[in-house]
Design a protein around this ligand. Structure first.
Ligand code: ADP
Ligand code: DP6
Length: 325
């Protein structure tokens, strides 16, 4: 009873930032991402009769505390579904992505964990069902089941059965590039889970954020279908800025940005002034992702690498969905 799955991270162009149900992980808004080929997690789940508890080994180190609890709670969902209570697993995972630094290690991590667990238990789950399970580990992870351009449909039902990812356009629809600009690989202070809860509970800007989302989502999908890069990029960049604005209205206020985050944002704006289309987006951390077209790669990378505070720039193409090794 053993299986290995590989899943890629994703970067949201329309952000998920808030839950309407914390236990089931149901979002306050539908959102949309690109799956990235450059960052991924490979996870092996091995159920063994002789274990009396789950074991979680991440990047060769045995893990305890909250990350362990999240993994074992996630395995429990599958055990309950398969009626295999009391059967424990050794989980070995390798992140080809910096952990907890705003590069969505939780997205590829929980997608790979879900896929490997379902396979190891010989559950024949269709992709929407796998996405629903994955969502309960970490929300954004439910989008990593699919490659290409993916929407997480917020759903309306209280039990979450209609809240899962759907593919909008396949990997080969559009050859976009995403540069992950590494400023620091330090673990962050406020996790996305804690940050979004504080924002929902206290931010005076949260209602404005929610109001603006349906239009952003509809418009960006029109842009993706038409491969209108200016439209897609400008909506994504504005959506990211609105999400980060909500953190400044929270009590106590906080921001994920550093001075170097703003330097990269300025570089991207300067590229556009000079006639090169590039747009930034930022998740719950200081690092920046820059979206651009392949023909502009040389110019974009030269400017990013020359920006103050940039340690490394890692380029991704649009990635594929979950696979089994
Ligand atoms: P990130 O920006 O890296 O996604 P988060 O704070 O959202 O940061 O999530 C990081 C958390 O995701 C880790 O602390 C851990 O609990 C979980 N995680 C990361 N990688 C894995 C993995 N490979 N398998 C299971 N859980 C993981
Ligand atoms: C800013 O999916 O990490 O990256 O559901 O609590 O695990 P939990 O949160 P998570 O939040 C991601 C937030 C984001 C935006 C996004 O990816 O849509």
């Amino acid at each position: 009873m053993r299986a290995t799955a590989k899943a890629h991270t994703n970067i949201a162009l329309i952000k998920y930032w808030g839950k309407r149900n914390e236990e089931l992980i149901l979002p306050t808004n539908s959102n949309l991402s690109i799956t990235l080929d450059g960052f991924y997690t490979e996870t092996t789940v091995h159920f063994k009769e002789e274990l009396d508890r789950d074991v979680f080994i991440l990047n060769e180190k045995e893990i305890s505390g909250i990350p362990y609890d999240q993994v074992t709670n996630h395995l429990q969902l599958f055990r309950n579904y398969a009626n295999r209570q009391g059967l424990f697993a050794e989980v070995r995972s390798l992140n080809k992505v910096p952990t907890a630094a705003g590069f969505a290690s939780s997205a590829s991590g929980f997608a790979a964990l879900s896929g490997a667990t379902a396979k190891a238990l010989e559950l024949e789950l269709d992709e929407p069902t796998l996405s629903r399970f994955t969502r309960q580990g970490s929300g954004s992870a439910c989008r990593s089941i699919y490659g290409g351009f993916v929407q997480w449909e917020m759903g309306k039902l209280d039990d979450g059965s209609d809240s899962y990812a759907i593919p909008i356009a396949p990997q080969d629809h559009w050859d976009l590039r995403v540069a992950a600009v590494v400023l620091t690989a330090k673990e962050k202070d406020v996790s996305s889970r804690v940050g979004m809860k504080r924002t929902v509970d206290t931010s005076v800007f949260y209602d404005g954020w929610l109001e603006s989302l349906p239009r952003d989502l509809e418009e960006i999908k029109v842009g993706i279908a038409a491969k209108d890069f200016e439209k897609v990029g400008s909506i994504a960049e504005a959506n990211c800025l609105k999400m980060h604005a909500t953190t400044l209205g929270a009590i106590p206020p906080f921001t994920y940005w550093q001075d170097t985050t703003m330097s990269v944002m300025e570089t991207v704006q300067q590229l556009r002034k000079d006639g090169t289309l590039a747009y930034f987006t930022i998740d719950a951390g200081p690092n920046v992702k820059v979206v651009y077209l392949p023909e502009d790669e040389e110019k974009v990378l030269a400017q990013l690498n020359a920006t103050n505070g940039v340690e490394e720039v890692i380029v991704s193409k649009v990635g594929k969905g979950i696979s089994y090794v």
